[in-house]
Design a protein around this ligand. Structure first.
Ligand code: HEC
Length: 268
C-alpha cells in the first residue's frame, strides 16, 4: 500500500494482485499445510463426535400423520371432544389435569350447557360458610378438573410407587409429543376391549381411542394452537403486501441518494 500526497489531498492505492499464485513458495507451502491440517482436524473432530453420539441406541417414536400437523391445519375438534371422553372415563382414574378448568372446554369441544352439566357431575368442597363450616356443592364452570388422588403420596401408594404424571402439558413434556404418547398407549399388547363407547358413534378401536386422547392432550397443552396458526396466516398475508410496498418505498426514498454523484474539485 502506498500513500500519495498530492497538493494536500491524500488517497490510498490498494494493491489488487494479492492472489495465492503470487505468494512466495515458502508461504505457499505453509498455507497449504495449514489448510490440510485444519480440514483433517475438523473431519476427525466430527468423526469422534459422531461415534460418541450413538444415536442408534435411542428410540424415537414414528411420526404419525396428525390432521393438525400442517402449517395451516387446525385441531380436529370432534376428536378433542372424544378425547375428553377418553380422558374422563379412562385416564382420569389415575391422572390429574390440574391446569384445565371446565370453562376451558366451552366453545372448544362442548357447548356451555353441556359443560355445565359435566361440571355438575362432580362434587366440590367449598366454604367456609357463615358458620365456618366447609360444605360440598355441585361443580361449576370455573372449577378445575377433579384430581384422582388428594396428594402425590396417595397416588404413589395406589400405583405400586409410580406417580402418574399430571397430563395438562404432557405432550410438551415428552420428546416426540403426541407421537410418543400415541406410541405409548398403543404399544402394549392387550388392548382393554370395550372400555368405552363414543357418543358420536365412532368405533372405539384402540388406535382411535389413543388418537383422540392425544389430540385432546395436544389441545390441553396448547389451547392457542388454532389461534396461533390463524395469526401466522394473517401475518404471512399482511407481510406479503407490506414487505414489497416497504421495499418499493425504500428504493424510492433512497433513489436521490443512490443516484447522486459526488465529485471532489481540489481548490486551484
Ligand atoms: C391405572 C392407573 C392409570 C391409568 C388408568 C392411566 N395411567 Fe398413565 N400412568 C400411570 C402411572 C402409574 C404412570 C407412571 C409410570 C412411571 O412413572 O413409571 C403413568 C404414566 C403415563 C404417562 C407418562 C409416561 C412417561 O413417559 O413418563 C403418560 C403420557 C400417560 N400415563 C398417559 C395416560 C393416558 C393418556 C391414559 C388414558 C388413556 C392413562 N395414562 C391411563 C397410571 C395410569
Amino acid at each position: 500500500m502506498e500513500t500519495l500526497v498530492t497538493s494536500g489531498v491524500s488517497c490510498f492505492v490498494i494493491q489488487a494482485n494479492m492472489s495465492f499464485a503470487s505468494l512466495p513458495k515458502g508461504r505457499k507451502v505453509a498455507l497449504t499445510t495449514l489448510g490440510v491440517l485444519t480440514t483433517g482436524g475438523a473431519g476427525l473432530a466430527l468423526m469422534l463426535h459422531q461415534s460418541v453420539k450413538a444415536s442408534d441406541l435411542e428410540l424415537h417414536p414414528p411420526s404419525y400423520p396428525w390432521s393438525h400437523n400442517g402449517m395451516l391445519s387446525s385441531l380436529d375438534h370432534s376428536s378433542i371432544r372424544r378425547g375428553y371422553q377418553v380422558y374422563k372415563q379412562v385416564c382420569a382414574a389415575c391422572h390429574s389435569m390440574e391446569y384445565l378448568a371446565f370453562r376451558n372446554l366451552v366453545g372448544v369441544s362442548h357447548t356451555e350447557d353441556e359443560v355445565k352439566a359435566l361440571a355438575e357431575e362432580i362434587e366440590v368442597v367449598d366454604g367456609p360458610d357463615e358458620s365456618g363450616e366447609m360444605f360440598t356443592r355441585p361443580g361449576k364452570l370455573s372449577d378445575y378438573f377433579p384430581k384422582p388422588y388428594p396428594n402425590p403420596e396417595a397416588a404413589r401408594a395406589a400405583n405400586n410407587g409410580a406417580l402418574p404424571p399430571d397430563l395438562s402439558y404432557i405432550v410438551n413434556a415428552r420428546h416426540g409429543g403426541e407421537d410418543y404418547v400415541f406410541s405409548l398407549l398403543t404399544g402394549y399388547c392387550e388392548p382393554p376391549a370395550g372400555v368405552l363407547e363414543f357418543d358420536d358413534g365412532t368405533p372405539a378401536t384402540m388406535s382411535q381411542v389413543a388418537k383422540d386422547v392425544c389430540t385432546f392432550l395436544r389441545w390441553a397443552a396448547e389451547p392457542e394452537h388454532d389461534q396461533r396458526k390463524r395469526m401466522g396466516l394473517k401475518l404471512l398475508m399482511g407481510s406479503s403486501i407490506l414487505i414489497p410496498l416497504i421495499y418499493y418505498l425504500k428504493r424510492h426514498r433512497w433513489s436521490v441518494l443512490k443516484s447522486r454523484k459526488i465529485a471532489y474539485r481540489p481548490p486551484k
